[in-house]
Design a protein around this ligand. Sequence first.
Ligand code: GUN
Length: 303
Amino acid sequence: MTATDRTPAGDFERTPGGAILMDGNRLRDEVVADLNERITALGNPHVCLATVLVGDDKPSQIYVRSKRRKADEAGMMSRHVGLPADITQEYLEEAVLELVNDPHVHGILVQLPLPEGLDAERVLAMIPPEKDVDGLTERSMGRLVRGGEGHVPCTPLGVMRLMDRYGVETSGKRAVVIGRSTLVGLPQVLLLGRKGCDATPTLAHSRSGDLAAICREADIIVAAVGMAGLVTADFVKPGAAVLDVGISRTAEGIQGDVDFDAVQEIAGAITPMPGGTGPMTIGCLLENTFHAARMQGALPQES
Ligand code: GUN
């Protein structure tokens, strides 16, 4: 089945306009349940995710709490390091180094952005690839480019998992990624274009000219710019898959990059916002943590 086929198939829920609803909460729960089953079958080995949160940014606190709660549901341990916003770079680096050197910690997540004045690049550079479950360090990105063993950034990986789960064909398809961030856009393009996925990705951004025309060529649109409602119906080819990674806090509440109500009338598959790509970031973080524990020799062989 492809997203361009709008006839009912499988047990996929559909929007009022007939698009497949790519439900990230549901897939995240499947991922967490699968991890729990695998960890239980292995005799509950110690698998630990460490989270580092600096400052008291409310959304970041909510994200980190949610990551830790889901780690617990997956049968993993989590260790939290909460630090005040006025912490020095040196003290923060000391705290991260402790986690790097602790053999009981398998994955380290430093919640971004850090408060002003702190150098995130220097902190990330301390995390070795095997513990970099966020996949955001230079070495992890290098491994992604060069096809080495390592962790892939969670949000773009979650987008790939959603397309796979909801039957969106990628091979030979044209994809447009809007936004060129290191967190999402750049790794997303690599994942879409790599062997096995085999899409033909275009990286669009604020200087791309006629964005609507570029997007109308695409079978797959991944919107990751943080501009509320940017992707309107005239951006979308009938039957295309549309995945919304954007998040903007507006007077009307949290909004994605996609005008969901209009686009669901035309798309073949679409993520809701919230409840689409966000939950899958957490699902993929926990999968990465499980693989991190394996890379560090902390898991018995699976039968
Ligand atoms: N802030 C927003 N998204 C992310 C993410 O995926 N990882 C980290 N570390 N910080 C974030």
